[in-house]
Write a protein that binds this ligand. Sequence first.
Ligand code: ATP
Length: 270
Amino acid sequence: VRARVMEVTESPDVSYEDIGGLEEQMQEVRETVEMPLKKPDMFKDVGIDPPSGVLLYGPPGTGKTMLAKAVANQTDATFIKMAGSELVHKFIGEGAKLVRDLFEVAREHEPAVIFIDEIDAIASKRTESKTSGDAEVQRTMMQLLSEMDGFEDRGEIRIIAATNRFDMLDRAILRPGRFDRLIEVPKPNAEGREIIFQIHTRNMNVADDVEFEELAAEAENASGADVKAICTEAGMFAIRDERTEIRMEDFRNAWEKIQAENEDEEVSKT
Ligand code: ATP
């Protein structure tokens, strides 16, 4: 079970240069996660405790997972990822045990960055109903809190959680000593989108007529993941046309296609 819910990567292949438009967020993650791992003595000498857990929140596909991976890479830490939804939905009754396993694996692999995606799945505000499913979710969350609270010297293990639904979170997990550093990871602005276009086309055969600034302006409201999808799809348009060079029109067609797909998804959700 462990192996199926936990993704353990010795050295994730994401670096800070792969992330666009999140300068401030990157800076904060470096101070709160990277520094304590790299220079624990600094914190001791100054006499303050580094933040226990860092919570990244914002819409889907904005780079939260990338940030966590990049910091693990930068610190030569093992990256251990688990999704909150898998903890409680896939292996009913195993949630609390999996949380214990998660911290055990981290201790075996120190230095380590634990990344808990979709933390809202185990840490939502208590609902009115008291069904057995809720009780199981509660137990899983209590286990996580107790692991974090009981973590005296966590010099070599850092915890990052992520959520798309900040408003749903149980405030208990945000108390001091828990996820006490909140970092908002928003969708990119036009400047951010331009950088993300450049990042994802680094290895692509882009024609001279392509203007990333213009594309970035047109792809309003696109997330980082959308920009990446536009680039891949633009390549597909070129291939369909039996060309090896990707033109401005390919990027534009790609964005239209992706917008239509996103809209379909919205419709099917309602
Ligand atoms: P989710 O909440 O859906 O888990 P997330 O915020 O963790 O999303 P990521 O998994 O980090 O998002 O991003 C998905 C993919 O989108 C990345 O692998 C990357 O290719 C691209 N991407 C997203 N944001 C950025 C960004 N800021 N810079 C460069 N690429 C990005």
